[in-house]
Design a protein around this ligand. Sequence first.
Ligand SMILES: Cc1cc2nc3c(=O)[nH]c(=O)nc-3n(C[C@H](O)[C@H](O)[C@H](O)COP(=O)(O)OP(=O)(O)OC[C@H]3O[C@@H](n4cnc5c(N)ncnc54)[C@H](O)[C@@H]3O)c2cc1C
Length: 384
Amino acid sequence: MDAQNLVVIGSGPAGVSAARAYREAGGAGPVHLLTADPDPPYERPPLSKEFLRGEDDLSPLDEDFAREHDITVALGDPVTALGEREVRTAAGAVHPFTTCVLATGAEPVRPDLPGADHPDVRTLRSAADSRQLREVAAGVRSAIVVGAGFIGCEAAVSLSRLGLQVTIVCPDDVPQEKRLGPEAGAFLLGWLKSEGVSVLRGTKLTSIEGGYRVRTDLVPVLDAGLVVLATGVRPRVELAEAAGLAVENGRIRTDEHLRTSAPGVLAAGDVAFAHNPAAGRALAVEHWGEGLAMGEVAGRTAAGADAAWDAVPGFWSVIGDRVLKYAAWGDGFDHARPLPRDDGGFTVWYERGGRAVGVLTHEADEDYERGQELIRRGDPAPES
Ligand SMILES: Cc1cc2nc3c(=O)[nH]c(=O)nc-3n(C[C@H](O)[C@H](O)[C@H](O)COP(=O)(O)OP(=O)(O)OC[C@H]3O[C@@H](n4cnc5c(N)ncnc54)[C@H](O)[C@@H]3O)c2cc1C
C-alpha cells in the first residue's frame, strides 16, 4: 500500500495506537489525527470507575506519543465527510490522504421510548459525560441505572460509593444472563448487592418522565435524582456508510489486515467488523485492549508492514474492587460450566459444539491465561 501520508479519525485506543504503530513500523509521511473529542487522548475505562468517583484525574492515553512521533492532533472538530482520498471536517478543514484509518468507536444508544432522549437523562462514553455525571451526582441522593452490562454495573457501584442510593433496572433475572449465563450473573448480582446497589430484576424500562421518573413494565413509578442509561452502544459508521464502504452487522467490514472495501481506507476498534483468522470469522468486539491491538495492526498495515489481527479478544472489568477477566470470541455459546473456588474466586468456561469459546474469571488468572490458548486452538473446556 502506498503510504505517503496518514489520516486517523478518532482519538480512542484504536486511533492513537494506529498513529503510533504507523510511525514505529517505519511510516515516514505526515500523520494527522483528527478527533471530535475536545479532550486530548485519554483512557476510557476509568470513566465509570476511579475518574467517576473523583479518585483520579483523567489518565492521558500515551501522553507523549504525538510530540515524540511527529503527529499532528486536531481536537474538537468532527470529520463530516470521507471522500475519495480526502476527509472534510465540521470546521471546514480538508485533509487529503493516501491512507486513512477510521477509528470512530461507538456511541451510547438511547432506547426508543418516551422520555429517553430528555437532556437530563445521562449516558456515559466520554470524559465530558463522566465529569457531568459526577457533578450531578454531587447534588442528588439517588440514581437509577438502566442496564446491567459492564458499564452499568461499574457506574452503579461507583455512584453507590459516592453515597447515592442506587437502583439498577435489569431486563434479565440476573445481570448479563444472556451474555454470560445465569451462574456468572448470580456472582455479579451478589457483588452489586454487597456494594449496596438494589437490583430490579426481570423488568424493562417503558418510559422516563421529566428526566427523573422511571416507569418499567413491573414497577409503575420510580423516582431518583439522576437517571443513567447504560443500554448499549452503536458503532459510529455514518462516515463509512455515506462513503459506500461495506458495512456488515452494523460495523465496517474489514479483512484481518483491517483493510475496508475502499482502497486506502482501514478501520479498527469498536467500529470494525474484522475478520479474525484464528476464529475463522469476523468478530464484533468492544474492548479497550482490542482497540489497541487492532489499531496497531491498522497502523502497521498503513506503513506497508506485515500484520494481522488474530488475537482472542480479552476484556477486564473492575466492579468496585473486584476484577473480572473475560476472553471470548464473543458471539455465543451453548454450554456454560461454572467452577467456583473455595477462596471466593471462580471460573466459568463457555463451549460451543464441544469447543471452548470463552472464559470468565475472578481471581483465577491461570485459567484466564490458559483459556486464551484453549479458545484459540478450539479445544474442549477443562472439567476442573
Ligand atoms: C465508561 C466506559 C468504561 C469502559 N471500561 C472498559 C474496561 O474496563 N475494559 C475494556 O476492555 N473496555 C472498556 N470500555 C470499552 C472501551 O473503552 C472501548 O471498547 C474502546 O474505547 C474502543 O476504542 P475505539 O478506539 O474503537 O473507540 P473510542 O474509544 O470510542 O474512540 C472513538 C474516537 O473517535 C472520535 N470520533 C467519533 N466520530 C468522529 C468523527 N466523525 N470525527 C472525528 N472523530 C470522531 C471520538 O471522539 C473518539 O475519540 C469502556 C467504555 C466506557 C465508555
